[in-house]
Design a binder for this molecule. Structure first.
Ligand code: HEC
Ligand code: HEC
Ligand code: HEC
Ligand code: HEC
Ligand code: HEC
Ligand code: HEC
Ligand code: HEC
Ligand code: HEC
Ligand code: HEC
Ligand code: HEC
Length: 533
C-alpha cells in the first residue's frame, strides 16, 4: 500500500461539506431542463400551429405548379374531401367504387389510360373535377363545342364532349413550374378508339335550314366570310392514331363542293407571263393580289380598288381620266349616270377649264362622245353600256387600248353577276362574297410556312374558274407534318439550311405532328372573334 494514498476517513472528510452536490444547480443540468422544456413547447406549438395554420405541405406529394402555389396551404381546394392518400384519392375520383372491376379500373387506369380498356378515362365529373371547375368554370368542355358555338346557326348538329377527369391530362405536384400538359397519346387514347369516342360524344340535331350541297360563304357575325360545307347529323366519328395515318381529309376536299364566290376571275389568264397591262417588267405574282395581313397569318381581301383598277378601269371618257364611274353601289351608278353632265363639268373644271363658254362647249362635246351608239344620249343605253357591254370591242382603237393601258370602260358584268334593271331599280350586282376562311375545325396560319412556295399548296396557275377550290389537301400537309424518317443517311447528313427547305421537309417529314401543334383541346370560353389577319 502506498503511504501517500488517503485513508477512507480522509476521503470522507474531503466530501463531508459537499454531500448535497446533486441538489445544487449545475449548468449541465440546467441545459438538460431547458432542452426538455423547449422540446415540449415546440411540439405543443407544432400541434397547435398545425391545427391553427394547417401546414398541409408536409403531406404533399411534390411542389404545386406555379399558378397553384398560393394553394399550398389549402389542399382541400382540389382534394375537396381532404383525401390525399394516393389510393384513396384515386378511388374517390372514380365513379364506380362499389364493384371490384370498378375499383380495379380506378386504380390501374387513372394514371395510364390504356388504349384497349373501355372508358380508360373514367367518365363523369368527379369531386376533383368539380373543384377544378369551381375556379376554371369555362374549361369543362372539349373543342367540338366550338362548332356548337360558332356554327350554331348553320350546323346540322351540336356535338358536346365534356372535359372530364382534368387530372388525367393536367398532372399536378410534378414541379414548381407549369402543370405538365398531356402528350398526343392522351388524345389518341380516345381518338383512336371508336368505343371511347361514341361513349363521350353527345350529339343533338339542330333545326337549321340546310346549307347548299356545294357549300356556301357566310359571315357568321365575326366579320369573316367563312366557307361552310354542308354538315351531316348522321356523321360518325372516325378513329385514327396520327395526323399522317387516318386523320380525316379537310372538309373542303369533298369533290362535290365548289367555291361559291360570285366574281369572275381566271387565275391562269392573269398569271400568264405575257399579260398586257401588268405595267412592269414581270408578270403578275400571287402577292400582287394576295398580300399578307399585319400578322402574316392570313391574306388581305382582294379589292377592286387595289388589285383590279389599274388594268380594268371604270373610266367612261378617253379624254377625262379623272372621271370614273363609282364602284360598289349600283344605285349610285344609276344616279351618277342620270346626272352625268355634272360630274363631267366637275372633271373639266379640275382640268382647268373654267370659262363658262369653254366649259359648256367641252361638256357638250363629251356628252356627244358618250352617246357612241345612238344619236341622242339615252339613259338606258348608257346603263346598258356601263353595266353590261363596256366599250365596244369591235373598235380597233379601243381593242388596242384595252389590252394596253386600260383607258376604257370595263362593264360591271365583266367581273360581276348582274341582273337586268327594272324601271325603278338599277341592275342588281350580286355581292362577290369571297371566302376569307376555309377551315373551321383546325387551324392553319401562313406565317410559319413562308419557306414554302404558294404554288406548292395552291394550284392557282392552272385554274380558269372561280368555282375551283384552290386549297391544299390534308395529305399534302402530312408530307411534312409526320414523324421524321428514322435512320435515313441523308437526314443525318443534312445541313441546317437543307433541313429548313420545303423540299427536304416534304421528303423526310419531321415538322410538328402531334395533335396539339394544330389543335387546342378546350373550347373557347366565349364565341371569341378569331380575327387574325
Ligand atoms: C391545384 C389542385 C391541387 C392542390 C391545391 C393540391 N393537389 Fe394534390 N393532387 C392534385 C392532382 C390533380 C392529383 C392527381 C395526381 C397527379 O396529378 O399526379 C393530386 C395528387 C395528390 C397525391 C397523390 C395521389 C396519387 O394519386 O398519387 C397526394 C398525396 C396529394 N395530391 C397531396 C396533396 C397535398 C398534401 C396538398 C396540399 C399541400 C395537395 N395535394 C394540393 C391536385 C392538387
Ligand atoms: C382555388 C382555385 C383553383 C383551383 C381549385 C384550381 N385552380 Fe387551376 N389555377 C388557379 C389560378 C389562380 C391559376 C393561375 C392563374 C392563371 O393562370 O389563370 C390557375 C392556373 C391553372 C392552369 C394554367 C397554368 C398551368 O400551370 O398550366 C391550369 C392548366 C390549371 N390551373 C388547371 C387546374 C386543374 C386541372 C385543377 C383541378 C385539379 C385546378 N386548376 C384547380 C386557380 C385554381
Ligand atoms: C375523352 C375522349 C377524348 C379525348 C381524351 C380527346 N378527345 Fe377530341 N374529341 C372527342 C370526341 C368524342 C369528339 C367529337 C368527334 C366527332 O364529332 O367526330 C372530339 C373531337 C375533336 C376534334 C374536332 C373538333 C370539332 O370541332 O369537331 C378535335 C380537333 C379534337 N377532338 C382534338 C383533340 C385533342 C388535340 C385531344 C388531346 C389533347 C383530344 N381531342 C382528346 C373525344 C376526345
Ligand atoms: C395587270 C393588269 C390586270 C390586272 C391587275 C387585272 N386584270 Fe383582269 N385582265 C387583264 C387582261 C390584259 C385581260 C385580257 C383582256 C381583257 O379581257 O380585257 C383580263 C381579263 C379579265 C377578265 C376576262 C377574262 C376572260 O377569261 O374572259 C376578267 C373577268 C378579269 N380580267 C377580272 C379581273 C379582276 C376581278 C381583277 C382584280 C382582282 C383583274 N382582272 C385584275 C389584265 C388585268
Ligand atoms: C390579279 C389578282 C390575282 C392574282 C395575281 C392571284 N389571285 Fe388568287 N384570287 C384572286 C381573286 C379575285 C380571287 C377570288 C376569286 C376566286 O376564288 O377565284 C382569288 C382567290 C384565291 C384563292 C382562294 C379561293 C379559292 O377558290 O381557293 C387562293 C387560294 C388564291 N387566290 C391563290 C392564288 C395564288 C397561289 C396565286 C399565285 C399563283 C394567285 N392567287 C394570284 C386574285 C388574284
Ligand atoms: C375588274 C373587275 C370589276 C369590275 C369591272 C367591277 N367590279 Fe365590282 N367588284 C370587283 C371586286 C374584285 C369586288 C370585291 C372586292 C371589293 O369590294 O372591292 C367588287 C365588289 C363589288 C360590289 C360589292 C360590294 C360589297 O360591299 O360587297 C358591288 C356592289 C360592285 N362591285 C358593283 C360594281 C359595279 C356597279 C360595277 C360597274 C360599275 C363594278 N362593280 C365593276 C371587281 C369589279
Ligand atoms: C403550306 C401550304 C400553304 C402555302 C405555302 C400557302 N398557303 Fe395559302 N392557304 C393555305 C391553307 C391551308 C389555307 C386555308 C386557311 C383557312 O382559311 O383556314 C390558305 C388560304 C389562302 C387564301 C384564302 C384565305 C385568305 O387568307 O385570304 C389565299 C388568298 C392564299 N392562301 C394565298 C396564298 C399565297 C399568295 C401564298 C404564297 C405567298 C400562300 N397562300 C401560301 C395553305 C398554304
Ligand atoms: C413543306 C413542309 C410543310 C407543309 C407542306 C406544311 N407545313 Fe405546317 N409547318 C411546317 C413547318 C416547318 C412548321 C414550323 C414548325 C416548327 O416551328 O417546328 C409548320 C408549322 C405549322 C403549324 C404550327 C403553327 C404555330 O404557330 O405553331 C401548323 C398549325 C401547321 N404547320 C399546319 C399545316 C397545315 C394545315 C398544312 C397543310 C395545309 C401544313 N402545315 C403544311 C412545314 C410544313
Ligand atoms: C398539321 C396540322 C394537324 C395535325 C398535326 C392534326 N390535325 Fe386534326 N385537323 C387539322 C385541320 C386543319 C382540321 C380542320 C379540317 C376542316 O375544318 O375542314 C382538322 C380536323 C380534325 C378533326 C375533325 C375532323 C372532322 O372531319 O370532323 C378531328 C377530330 C381532328 N382533327 C383530330 C386530330 C387529332 C386527334 C390529332 C392528333 C392525332 C390531329 N387532329 C392532328 C389539322 C391537324
Ligand atoms: C384530354 C386532355 C385534357 C383534359 C381531360 C383536360 N384538359 Fe385542360 N388542357 C388540355 C390541353 C392540351 C391544354 C392546352 C391548351 C388547349 O389545348 O386548349 C389545356 C389547357 C387548360 C387550361 C389553360 C391553361 C393555360 O394555358 O392557361 C386550363 C385552366 C385547363 N386546361 C383546365 C382544365 C380543367 C378544369 C379540366 C377538367 C374539367 C381540363 N382542363 C381537362 C388538355 C386537357
Amino acid at each position: 500500500m502506498d503511504d501517500n494514498s488517503p485513508t477512507q476517513k480522509q476521503r470522507a472528510g474531503q466530501y463531508a461539506a459537499n454531500l448535497g452536490y446533486f441538489r445544487r444547480p449545475h449548468y449541465l443540468r440546467r441545459i438538460r431542463l431547458w432542452c426538455f422544456l423547449a422540446a415540449l413547447a415546440l411540439s405543443m406549438g407544432a400541434v397547435v400551429s398545425y391545427r391553427h395554420w394547417k401546414r398541409d405541405t408536409i403531406f404533399s406529394k411534390g411542389p404545386l405548379s406555379h399558378g397553384h402555389a398560393p394553394l399550398a396551404q389549402d389542399c382541400r381546394a382540389c382534394h375537396t374531401d381532404g383525401q390525399t392518400d394516393a389510393l384513396k384519392a384515386r378511388l374517390s375520383e372514380s365513379h364506380d367504387t362499389r364493384s371490384l372491376p370498378g375499383i380495379v379500373a380506378a386504380v390501374f387506369t387513372a394514371k395510364n389510360p390504356g388504349k384497349g380498356s373501355p372508358h380508360a378515362h373514367m367518365s363523369g365529373s368527379s369531386a376533383m373535377d368539380q373543384a377544378c371547375l369551381a375556379c376554371h368554370p369555362t374549361f369543362g368542355v372539349h373543342l367540338p363545342q366550338t362548332v356548337g358555338l360558332h356554327l350554331v346557326s348553320v350546323a346540322a348538329e351540336s356535338v358536346n364532349v365534356r372535359a372530364d377527369n382534368c387530372f388525367v391530362c393536367h398532372r399536378e405536384h410534378t414541379s414548381g413550374d407549369r402543370m405538365a400538359l398531356p402528350s398526343a397519346s392522351q388524345c389518341a387514347a380516345c381518338h383512336d378508339n371508336l368505343g371511347e369516342l361514341a361513349y363521350h360524344r353527345q350529339s343533338q340535331p339542330l333545326s337549321n335550314p340546310p346549307i347548299a350541297a356545294t357549300g356556301e360563304n357566310r359571315n357568321l357575325g365575326d366579320g369573316l366570310v367563312t366557307f361552310i360545307p354542308p354538315s351531316d347529323a348522321k356523321r360518325k366519328p372516325v378513329a385514327f392514331s396520327d395526323f399522317a395515318h387516318g386523320h380525316p381529309p379537310f372538309a373542303y376536299e369533298n369533290p362535290k363542293l365548289s367555291d361559291p364566290a360570285k366574281i369572275k376571275f381566271n387565275h391562269a389568264r392573269h398569271l400568264r407571263p405575257d399579260l398586257s397591262g401588268a405595267g412592269k417588267e414581270h408578270a403578275l405574282d400571287c402577292t400582287d393580289c394576295h398580300s399578307p395581313g399585319p400578322s402574316g397569318n392570313f391574306k388581305q381581301p382582294v379589292t377592286y380598288e387595289q388589285h383590279c383598277k389599274q388594268c380594268h378601269t371604270l373610266q367612261i371618257l378617253p379624254d377625262l381620266p379623272n372621271l370614273r364611274i363609282p364602284h360598289h353601289d349600283a344605285e349610285k351608278v344609276r344616279w351618277f349616270l342620270a346626272s352625268i353632265r355634272i360630274p363631267i363639268e366637275n372633271a373639266l373644271r379640275a382640268e382647268g377649264v373654267t370659262a363658262p363658254d369653254d366649259l359648256a362647249k367641252r361638256a357638250d362635246a363629251e356628252m356627244a362622245a358618250l352617246s357612241l351608239r345612238s344619236k341622242s344620249l339615252k339613259l338606258p343605253d348608257l346603263e346598258q353600256r356601263v353595266f353590261f357591254e363596256g366599250d365596244p370591242k369591235t373598235e380597233p382603237d379601243i381593242r388596242r387600248m384595252r389590252a394596253g393601258n386600260a383607258k376604257f370602260l370595263t362593264e360591271c358584268a365583266k367581273c360581276h353577276e348582274v341582273a337586268p334593271p327594272t324601271i325603278d331599280r338599277a341592275p342588281a350586282v350580286t355581292p362577290p362574297n369571297m371566302a376569307m376562311r376555309w377551315l373551321q375545325k383546325g387551324s392553319f396560319t401562313h406565317q410559319p410556312h413562308s419557306h414554302v412556295a404558294c404554288a406548292d399548296c395552291h394550284a392557282a396557275k392552272s385554274s380558269k374558274l372561280t368555282s375551283d377550290i384552290l386549297l391544299p389537301t390534308q395529305k399534302s400537309c402530312a408530307e411534312c407534318h409526320r414523324a421524321p424518317d428514322s435512320g435515313a443517311v441523308s437526314v443525318a447528313q443534312a445541313g441546317p439550311t437543307e433541313r429548313t427547305s420545303a423540299a427536304f421537309q416534304r421528303e423526310h417529314g419531321g415538322a410538328m405532328w402531334d395533335c396539339q401543334a394544330c389543335h387546342v383541346f378546350h373550347a373557347p370560353a366565349v364565341n371569341t372573334k378569331s380575327v387574325r389577319h
